[in-house]
Structures are given as C-alpha cells and as structure tokens.
Design a protein around this ligand. Structure first.
Ligand code: SF4
Length: 100
C-alpha cells in the first residue's frame, strides 16, 4: 500500500525521470541518420546537395518550412518528420514545404 509520505517521495523521482526522457528525445537530428540522409537533411541549408536535390532554392530554411515547429529566433526546433527531435533553424531537407 502506498502511503501519503511515500507518494510524496515518488513525485520528484517521476518528474526527474520525465525530464531526463524528454531531454533524450529532444536530441538534434543527425544528418547521418538513415531517414535524414535519405531526405538530404543538412544543418546548413546553403550546403544542400543541389545536384541531388535540384528543388532546393536559396532562402529555403527549416525555419520557414511548414513542418517546422520551433519558435521564431531559436537555433533549432522540432520537425514533424522527425518526431520530437530538433532540426536546425538554418537547416534544410528535400521534404521542404514553404510555410503558408
Ligand atoms: Fe527542415 Fe522542413 Fe525538412 Fe523538417 S521537413 S527537416 S523543417 S526542411
């Protein structure tokens, strides 16, 4: 049976575990990850492989992509394609869709 006192001890442990799990999932997308590599993801849009991905155009950035969920001004943020992992605001991949 869980007493009130033991329950109170569990709360900080649970909060810490949740924070640690979120931190682990919030890792940046590695351009070498198979999914990222297949999409031609780069952390610097100017380094996009223009020969392999001719649809790339100057000015296309994760930060102005429809799938980007980061806050304006932050260096990185989540992308709908990569779950909770963050992509670079100045990055790019071939799934780019201009933000409406
Ligand atoms: Fe960046 Fe958009 Fe590609 Fe996500 S889908 S990595 S936000 S360009």
């Amino acid at each position: 049976m869980t007493t009130r006192r033991s329950f109170i001890r569990i709360i900080p442990i649970t909060a810490l575990a949740t924070f640690a799990a979120q931190s682990a999932f919030a890792a940046d997308v590695d351009p070498k990850d198979p999914q990222a590599a297949a999409l031609g993801y780069v952390t610097d849009a100017t380094k996009a492989d223009k020969a392999k991905f001719p649809k790339y155009a100057a000015g296309q950035l994760c930060s102005n992509c429809q799938l980007y969920q980061g806050k304006p001004g932050e260096a990185s943020g989540p992308c709908a394609l990569f779950g909770v992992k963050s992509v670079a605001a100045k990055g790019w991949c071939s799934a780019y869709v201009k933000k409406a």
